[in-house]
Write a protein that binds this ligand. Structure first.
Ligand code: DP6
Length: 349
């Protein structure tokens, strides 16, 4: 026999960034963070998990290619889920799996991203959220989503925020075992649905410094990072929660841009410095800043993760169209830059 479960999970983009761990194994952060979850039709992972007594070992394929599950992050997620597995019974087929049996059974896992992993857009968040959710379904894990988020967190920190839609907060928690370092939904995806996300793929090359090693180096060498985590982020989190609740775009945009810029300042403050943005990223920031200044109130917010690609959030659909026109005007197809595609709502141009 064989049992299967399939799930889909989108990626998320942080507007108040997570950067720095206080525990590398459990993946516990040094500050709270807030993100929004992308519509799953665009940037998501789909994972099918199967279990059968004929499987001799746990195996996983990512976009059709087998990858190793020996890393601690995969092992920790699998162990946590097996420990929480429930009884399974299918009377019509006369099948029964008792919770302790899951420890002896093995899984085959196949995961696909609907966007190129090489595009430098966070894929680990969607990947681990999806892996944990599909295995939890298969194994009848009877836990709240918040508790599942604490398992996904042990795969990749940002993954814990992808288990909810809408705007999500990852509370850093203060327990040593990480039990209170979980994601909570602030508002669902219907709360602020006039916002439009545009991703400018500035470079499709794989980033040089991974988030994991980048943040480790920042924790070890940046004094700005400590100041940010202790003196800046706590207040910013409160303000961001207020602006989301009130759909206050001006305050939302100001906080989002400031936090992205501070995160990249921390990267520069790291020794040796880490450069995630490139000239095209900087030009995009200038274009948006000048436009916002000219209008008097912000029309567009921008944020950059550990790479040069710009994620822009437009106030509404009309602003999004104007932004796309502007980007095409400033970046006509040319060999001088490799800005090559924009994702707008349900279209890729
Ligand atoms: C800049 O979650 O990829 O995107 O926990 O080591 O897997 P690990 O790191 P990861 O870091 C994400 C960093 C970020 C900011 C964010 O998403 O909050």
């Amino acid at each position: 026999w064989m049992l299967m479960a399939t799930a889909r999970a989108p990626t998320n983009i942080a507007v108040i960034k997570y950067w720095g761990k206080r525990d590398e194994t459990l993946i516990l952060p040094i500050n709270d963070s807030i993100s929004f979850t992308i519509d799953p039709d665009h940037l998501s992972a789909t994972t099918t998990v199967a279990v059968s007594p004929s499987f001799q070992e746990d195996r996983m394929w990512l976009n059709g290619k087998e990858i190793s599950l020996s890393g601690g992050r995969y092992q920790n997620c699998l162990r946590e889920l097996r420990n929480r597995a429930g009884d399974f019974e299918d009377k019509t087929r006369g099948m029964q799996i008792r919770k302790e049996d899951w420890k002896k059974l093995h899984f085959h896992i196949a995961s696909y991203n609907n966007f190129p992993t090489a595009a430098g857009l966070a894929s680990s968040a969607a990947g681990f959220a999806c892996l944990v959710f599909s295995l939890a379904k298969l194994m009848n894990v009877n836990e709240e989503i918040g508790q599942l988020s604490a398992i996904a967190r042990q795969g990749s920190g940002s993954a814990c925020r992808s288990l909810f839609g809408g705007f999500v907060k990852w509370t850093m928690g203060n327990q040593a075992n990480g039990s209170d370092s979980i994601a909570v939904q602030l508002v669902d995806e219907t709360h602020w649905d006039e916002l439009v996300i545009i991703v400018a793929v500035v470079s499709s090359r794989q980033k040089e410094t991974s988030s994991t090693s980048g943040m480790r180096e920042s924790v070890e060498t940046s004094s700005l990072l400590q100041h940010r985590a202790q003196a800046i982020v706590p207040n910013r989190i409160l303000q961001m929660e207020e602006s989301i609740k009130n759909r206050d775009f001006s305050s939302f945009a100001r906080l989002t841009c400031a936090d992205s810029n501070q995160f990249h300042a921390v990267c520069l403050d790291t020794s040796p410095p880490i450069f995630y943005m490139n000239d095209t990223s900087h030009r995009i920031i200038n274009i948006v800043e000048k436009w916002n200044q000219h209008e008097g109130i912000p029309q567009v917010a921008y944020t950059f993760d550990a790479g040069p690609n710009a994620v822009m959030i437009a106030r509404n659909r009309k602003t999004a169209t104007l932004l796309l026109q502007r980007l095409l005007f400033y970046f006509p197809p040319s060999p001088d830059h490799d800005l090559n595609s924009y994702v707008l709502g349900d279209k890729t141009i």
